[in-house]
Every structure is written in structure tokens, then in C-alpha cells.
Design a protein around this ligand. Sequence first.
Ligand code: HEC
Length: 278
Amino acid sequence: MKEAVNHSWTDSITSADIVISVMVIAALIVLWVSVLLLRVVRFYVKESINPTPFATAEEKEQRRLEEEARRALEKNKPTIWSKLMQLKPIEDEAELVMDHQFDGISELNNPTPAWFMALFYGTIIFGIGYLLNYHVFHYGKSQEEEYVAEVQKAADDKIAFLASPENAASAVNENNIVLSKDAAVLKNGQALFATRCPPCHGDHAQGLVGPNLTDEYWLHGGKIKDVFKTIKYGVPEKGMIAWEKSMSAQQISDIANYVLSLQGTKPAGPKAPQGNKE
Ligand code: HEC
């Protein structure tokens, strides 16, 4: 047996490391504060030796104008939104007018917005990738292949599940079911049969759309395992429902035992035999 080794980077940190880290941080803070103090002192000394004169009214006006010009420049910068929408400022409209007028209304030749072009080229690039992936190099599975693989996997899982003795013991299935004549089982099976099966097999299983279940003739086998299997998976193409979707394994087991207990009951109006005699 190999021991699980679980090293984490926190394991190697000692208290000395922590003390050193704290001291380094403290030293950095002290350094920063002293630099700030030094700058204040320098400014103070400089101003006392050679004081800056107060700004005159003209200088103030000059600064205000500069500031205003800077602001105006900033305002004209296109925003992300107008870039994305490829919006042109209203002043440029004259350049956009096309030689196409109707009823005094003229058309503008606005460019296609950037987001739309990105989407457009994006779909082309995606399409090429998709084509190469699924149809040229077959790296990816197509929908049908994925479906088939999933169904196959589910079938394999099911076989594996039923093959495992633990699962087999906890759930009845077509491999481990045994015939039971237990009164409680048959009673339960009868109740289940009465609510689900008569529309097709008749009140007494004499057969209607579905075959007579009381005779010795079987289409899909008359052993308990066969009957269980037919009820569980159904015969969908022939109209017999797969009951595993709406009944538990135990219920199907009870019903299968009940069906076999009806052998030879000879109900009135039996449907003609179907299948092989067993
Ligand atoms: C919607 C109609 C329908 C219902 C409801 C129905 N069955 Fe069926 N059943 C059929 C048909 C049709 C067949 C014949 C399939 C074939 O031709 O392969 C059949 C066949 C069977 C068979 C196999 C008979 C043989 O000869 O091998 C069994 C067992 C069976 N049904 C049991 C049941 C039980 C139990 C129920 C109730 C839980 C039930 N059925 C509900 C239509 C139905």
C-alpha cells in the first residue's frame, strides 16, 4: 500500500518566516513615510529660499483657457459606445449624405456598426472551425455519433450494473428473478394488473389487442424470466408498453408472477392462441 502524500506549501512556513515578513513590511512602510517627509522638508526649504510669486490675473486667465481647451479635446474623443456603434458625430453628417433623395429626405451612408461586423466575421470563422472539426478532420463527434455513443454507454452501464452481484441482489431483474407463488406477491401483482393491463389484455387476461396471457402459447416466452423481460422492456413496435418507465422492478416482478399464476384459468372469450406452445 502506498501512503497518500499530501504536501502543501503552507507546511514549510515557520514562525521565523512570519516574523521576518512582518519586519520587512514594517521596514518598507517606514521607508515610504520617510521619503514623504523628506519631500515635504525639501519643498519647505525651497519655498523659504525662493518663494513662488502669486499668479497675476492674466496668468490665472491663461490657465483657465488652457484647462478649457484640454476639456474640449477630451469631450471630442469618441466613447467606446460610439466606436462600437460606428457613430459619426453630427458635424460630419454632410460628408455622409448620399446622392439619393426622396421627398426632401436624403439618405445617410452610415457605416455598418463594428459590433455587427465582428459578429459577421465571427460567424464565418466559427463556421470554418466547425467545418474542419466535424466534417473534415472528424475530431468532434456529430450529433448522431454522440447519440449512438451515449446509448451504447448506457446499455453497457446497465449490463455492468446488472452483472454486479451487489446490485443484482438489491434489485430484481430478468437474470435473477425466480417464480413465486407467495400469496402476498400474487395479490399485489393482481392489484397492479387490474389498473394497468386490462385495456389491452382483458379483465381476466383473456386477450384483446394484446395476446391471451392465460394459455400456453407465448410470443416472447412463458418462463418467469421471459415474462418479466417482456413486461419490463415491452414490445414497443407491436404496442406492448415498456413498463420499466412507470413501475419498479419489484412491481414488475409481482405482476409477472401474477400473470404466470393465471395459466390454465380458461377465462370466458379467450383470444385465439398466438406464438409457440410451451
Ligand atoms: C397498450 C396495450 C397494452 C397494454 C396496456 C399492455 N399490453 Fe401487454 N401486450 C400488448 C401487445 C400488443 C402484446 C403483443 C406483442 C407482440 O405482438 O409481440 C403484448 C404482450 C404481452 C406479453 C407477452 C405475451 C406473449 O405471448 O409472449 C406479456 C407477458 C404482457 N403483454 C403483459 C402485460 C402486462 C403485465 C401488462 C400490464 C402491466 C400489459 N401487458 C399491458 C399490449 C399491451
